[in-house]
Ligand binder design. Structure first.
Ligand code: TYM
Length: 356
């Protein structure tokens, strides 16, 4: 397994003895295209992990509406997200790919967990601080405030072993583990404590124009983001115009040389070569050469991906069938967990139970 930073011991016995350990993660459908931060920070690991684990991957549309969305655009982006997941190698025959809002158990468990979360605990979440900074706390939705608690519900419902994400999600994973532990302690052992699966090398891909900031769809300049569904030549140009640092030495040093270090990280991930190997190859050569070669690598990567995603988008019924299969697989697991939870917190079961 590559170098990851995960948390220690699991204290909940495996409720799925005999079954393959599970992996679960989600992505918001809040842009027309995924970007390189999503891909290198998280999605690539999803593709790798689906082989050895029982995988659940979902499109987090409930989370998307914590900020205002155009309903038509949100629906389109949900399908675009599904097409991109399949195009990048998430295999619907191995992985359950589903839409979060189609599994009511997420919101239901979310409520139970909200009742276990301290106000101060939720307030400490840095993503809320960042996202509410622009318009001010008063203008933010309560959903944005409780966002990490819903994320905890997303995860705990499936009792996964690993949650592959980028560094920006670490704090939410810590909250998830705290809530799982609290529930287990207050009621009965119910939840597995999931481990974050965060690959050190690509945990934070930065903006090409502002290399100390995370590459993000809410970035101020589109020139800083490599969008996977964009015209490959546009992406090549973005790489060639990436901000680099003073001096001319090609050296991996995120503090002194954040721009070139980010390009080296992307180069290494796309070529499967070590950063040291690349540094050696470019010793004594200029930034321009490195950027030119990386631009070619990027074009070689995004072109077939984009072609495949656009082709998949032509057959929307096929994508909806994939999501329906995923929904059924996910619902079967989520409903069992939710039933345990409802029973443990003391909710009266309906007289004629037909399942949840
Ligand atoms: P989202 O949609 O913002 O991003 C999806 C994944 O991409 C990673 N990522 C990055 N990794 C490295 N460098 C970057 N610049 C970068 N930008 C984004 C994110 O860490 C994430 O893994 N809250 C989640 C969605 C979610 C979720 C969940 C994830 C909802 N429920 C349950 C895991 C488990 C989010 O906003 O991801």
């Amino acid at each position: 397994m590559p170098s990851t930073t995960t948390s220690p011991e699991l204290t909940v016995p495996d409720v799925t003895v005999g079954a393959k350990p599970r992996v679960l993660s989600g992505i918001q459908p809040t842009a027309d295209s995924f970007h390189f931060g999503n891909y290198l920070g998280a999605l690539r690991q999803w593709v790798d992990l689906q082989r050895e684990y029982q995988p659940f991957f979902f499109i987090a549309d409930l989370h998307a509406i914590t900020v205002e969305q155009d309903p038509k655009v949100l629906r389109e982006r949900t399908l675009r997200a599904a097409a991109q997941l399949v195009a990048m190698g998430i295999d619907p025959a191995r992985s359950a790919i589903f839409v979060q809002s189609q599994i009511p158990a997420h919101a239901q468990l979310g409520w139970v967990l909200q009742c276990l979360t301290g106000f101060g605990e939720a307030r400490r979440m840095t993503q809320f601080k960042d996202k509410s900074a622009k318009g001010g706390e008063g203008a933010s939705s309560v959903g944005l405030f409780t966002y990490p608690v819903l994320q905890a519900a997303d995860i705990l419902l499936y009792r996964p072993h690993y949650v592959p994400v980028g560094e920006d999600q670490r704090q939410h994973l810590e909250l998830t583990r705290d809530l799982a532990q609290r529930f287990n302690h207050r009621y009965k052992k119910t939840f597995r404590l999931p481990e974050p699966y965060i690959l050190k090398a690509t945990a934070k891909i930065t903006d090409l124009q502002e290399p100390t900031a995370k590459m993000s769809k809410s970035s101020s300049s589109p020139a800083g983001i490599v969008e996977l569904l964009d015209d490959p030549q546009v992406n090549a140009k973005k790489i060639r115009s990436a901000v680099t640092d003073s001096g001319s030495e090609i050296r991996f040093d995120p503090d002194e040389k954040p721009g070139i270090s980010n390009l080296l990280t992307i180069y290494s991930a796309l070529s499967d070569r070590t950063v040291t190997d690349i540094e050696e190859e470019y010793a004594g050569r200029g930034y321009g050469e490195l950027k030119g070669d990386l631009a070619e690598l990027v074009v070689d990567f995004v072109t077939p991906f984009r072609d495949r995603a656009l082709e998949l988008l032509e057959d929307q019924q096929h994508l909806m069938d994939i999501l329906e299969t995923g929904r059924r697989q996910a619902a079967a697991i989520a409903e069992v967990t939710l039933r345990d939870v409802f029973q443990r917190v003391g909710f009266a079961a309906p007289a004629r139970s037909t399942g949840l």
